[in-house]
Design a protein around this ligand. Structure first.
Ligand SMILES: *Cc1c(COP(=O)(O)O)cnc(C)c1O
Length: 391
């Protein structure tokens, strides 16, 4: 487990990267909504071209508002540099694409985020890159599946449905010295609760749409790592895919960051109360939450994370699909929707992701309901859950 000192977090969230004298002393940063930047002379433009990664030329590359966010998010992760994308999926694509070439092999944790899996299953094979999936709960599975041509180990810890965890230090040690890059999706924990770079992971990404934005009004992603690696990705995939974040959305994320620690704490505290409530319900078979005493990987969760946020999953006792649907449909305040990490509580039943005719009551995966606990008062949420369970 690693955390910043509290003073350090305040410096990053409220000061780092902001030069108020540059914008009339304005407390809120300026939104520099400009596609391009002018130069007084040809020679100054030539000089800018030589430092494209750090000079304002064109906003598909570097932009002053985006730069503020970039510095803050790199520092939060304990990374040297960061790139901010127009979605988490774009961060995944750029991160993965930058580490593979024809003939290479990717070793991925089983059931990664659906669009990561799409890249591995549908896009990379067209370019001669193959992927093997392993159960990441046991590090030996990675060791056993390594090949001479493995160039990337893709991790997501915890997973965003069942919260399976990989031993990040052990997997990083396995890859080190073999020329294999490790890339970890850290969307579940955020850098405030888990810092994979400090455990030896090379590249870390997260969907900033979730906790960083925090208000369900922006889609964005972050990719962090060592400066040289990030600059290489900037010059190639970042500029080429052209999916960098726009200044206004960057400004919204800077605003989201101001309250991130308090929002996470609130979600986390309410989540523990709701785990207790769910466990007391006769309809519920089990509750999955990485910091719950019943969680199978609790010691590892506590070793590499400092908290588990507001996302949990509970599993109905064997029942008909209709009763799971009825429970969700009856909720009055908790919304049925994808995503999480924002102010509003959300529910998504696993059975919504496949045709009703294939529902198997004997398969606990099919009886999963994922619940994101937002910022509402816990008693308000518990009452909503109680009335939805009733009859
Ligand atoms: C949402 C999500 C993503 C993708 O992020 P977008 O911002 O939706 O593109 C990636 N990984 C995980 C674990 C996510 O939950």
């Amino acid at each position: 487990m690693s955390t910043h000192s509290e003073g350090e977090i305040s410096r990053i969230l409220y000061e780092l990267g902001e030069d108020r004298e540059q914008s009339y002393g304005a407390v809120a940063p300026a939104i520099v909504q400009s596609s391009n930047f002018s130069f007084p002379t040809t020679d100054r433009l030539r000089e800018a071209f030589r430092n494209e990664h750090s000079t304002y030329i064109y906003s598909r590359g570097i932009n002053p508002t985006v730069d503020i966010l970039r510095k803050k998010l790199a520092a939060l992760d304990g990374a040297e540099d960061a790139l901010i994308f127009n979605s988490g999926a774009a961060a995944i694509f750029a991160g993965v694409l930058s580490q593979v070439k024809t003939g290479d092999h990717v070793l991925s944790v089983k059931k990664p985020y659906s669009w990561a899996q799409k890249i591995f299953d549908e896009i990379l094979p067209r370019f001669g890159v193959t992927t093997t999936y392993v159960d990441g709960r046991n590090t030996e599975n990675f060791a056993n599946a390594l090949r001479p041509e493995t160039s990337l180990i893709y991790l997501e810890s915890p997973n965003s449905w069942d919260f399976s965890i990989q031993d990040l230090r052990a997997v990083a040690a396995l890859a080190r010295g073999k020329g294999i890059t490790t890339l970890c999706d850290n969307s579940y924990a955020t850098p405030l609760r888990q810092r994979p770079i400090e455990m030896g992971i090379d590249l870390v990404l997260q969907s900033a749409t979730k906790y960083i934005g925090g208000h369900s009004d922006v889609v964005a992603g972050v990719l962090c790592g060592q400066r040289e690696r990030i600059q290489k990705i900037f010059r190639s995939e970042y500029m080429g895919i052209g999916s960098g974040i726009q200044p206004f959305n960057a400004w919204l994320l800077i605003r989201g960051l101001r309250t991130l620690p308090m929002r996470l704490e609130r979600s986390e505290r309410s989540a523990s109360e709701i785990v207790e409530f769910l466990r007391s319900r006769p309809e519920v078979e089990s509750v999955l939450y990485p910091f719950d005493p019943s969680f199978p990987q609790l010691p590892l969760a506590k070793k590499q994370m400092s908290g588990a946020g507001g996302l949990l999953t509970f599993i109905f006792k064997p029942t008909q699909v209709e009763s799971i649907e009825r429970f969700c449909d009856r909720l009055k305040h908790i919304l049925i929707a994808v995503s999480w990490g924002s102010y509003e509580s959300l529910v998504i039943p696993r059975c919504s992701t496949f045709p009703r005719s294939t529902y198997d009551a004997n398969n606990p995966d099919h009886r999963m309901v994922r619940l994101y606990v937002g910022l509402e008062e816990p008693s308000f949420l518990i009452e909503d859950l109680r009335q939805a369970f009733a009859n």
